[in-house]
Design a protein around this ligand. Structure first.
Ligand code: MN
Length: 279
């Protein structure tokens, strides 16, 4: 077993997205960490009644968006008539493939009442051969997502994709992805196995932990070196995501909500959207 080291610590900055939605986002994410294109921690933000905002209808092509709610409630709907609610702990794994047009808005009840909104949206790139695949949704309620607790009871993990402490995901991914939500109590440790051929990053969003000795703190994204396991030790307790996936060694052409390989494919996506043939 080769332990992975922290190669780079990427700080996060707070930006306003989609008409004022507060997100914490690692700097220069897009170019650093194939196959992940974006990692947004949405909130936490405490909305008053009728204050919550979201993203009205917009298109995507060529990649996947993963939404993981921690607090609050969203409602999703698309131009093909699909819709669904996202409540705390739920995941939507959406493969845009050749194209979808969707809206991601606060649930109407949440909008009326207000409250705390907190969650993640992560963009996963697709290789050229899968960019134009038919769109698909995997909407998984929290209770159907596997969770596991370490034998000493001090470490909890929810398996969105991949595998942790013997628990396997129910979500099917196009390319091999690990997406694990970990919570470590104070004075605990865990060893997380991950295939050597995957890139790995750890996003800390509460507390802190040492990864093979190197301290990673709240709001930091740690990019890890190659290896087959991640050794984490936390003094104060920690909450973080482990994200892993293969290097997609292809050119990236990106324009807003479209992520393709060439400028021409981007132009095609814009034309399809304008002509009403994207989705
Ligand atoms: Mn979207």
């Amino acid at each position: 077993m080769v332990k992975r080291n922290v190669k780079t610590i990427v700080p996060t900055h707070t930006v306003l997205e989609g008409g004022g939605f507060k997100v914490r986002r690692p700097v220069a994410m897009g170019s650093l960490m194939s196959p992940f294109l974006l990692l947004d921690e949405m909130g936490p933000v405490n909305y008053g009644p009728k204050e919550a905002i979201g993203a009205p209808a917009h298109p995507h092509r060529g990649f996947e968006t993963v939404t993981y709610m921690l607090e609050g409630a969203m409602q999703h709907s698309d131009s093909a008539g699909n819709s669904g609610d996202l409540n705390p702990g739920d995941v939507q794994w959406m493969t845009a493939g050749r194209g979808i047009i969707h809206s991601e808005l606060p649930h109407p009840d949440f909008y009326q009442a207000g409250g705390v909104m907190h969650g993640f949206q992560i963009w996963v790139n697709l290789p050229a051969k899968d960019k134009m695949m038919p769109p698909r949704y995997q909407d998984i309620p929290s209770n159907d997502l596997p969770t596991v607790v370490s034998t000493d009871g001090k470490v909890w993990a929810k398996v969105v994709a991949g595998e942790a402490m013997g628990a396997k995901a129910v979500i099917d991914t196009v390319i091999p992805i690990q997406f694990i939500h970990y919570k470590m109590q104070a004075k605990s440790n865990v060893s997380h196995a991950v295939a050597s051929d995957l890139n790995v990053m750890v996003y800390m969003f509460g507390g802190s932990a040492r990864i093979n000795g190197k301290l990673v703190e709240d709001g930091q994204l740690a990019l890890l070196s190659q290896g087959s396991e991640i050794e984490l030790v936390s003094e104060q307790g920690a909450e973080f995501l482990v994200l892993a996936g293969p290097e997609i060694n292809e050119p990236i052409a990106r324009y807003g909500p479209f992520v393709m390989n060439t400028r021409q494919e981007i132009n095609q996506a814009v034309m399809d959207y304008q002509n009403g043939t994207l989705a």
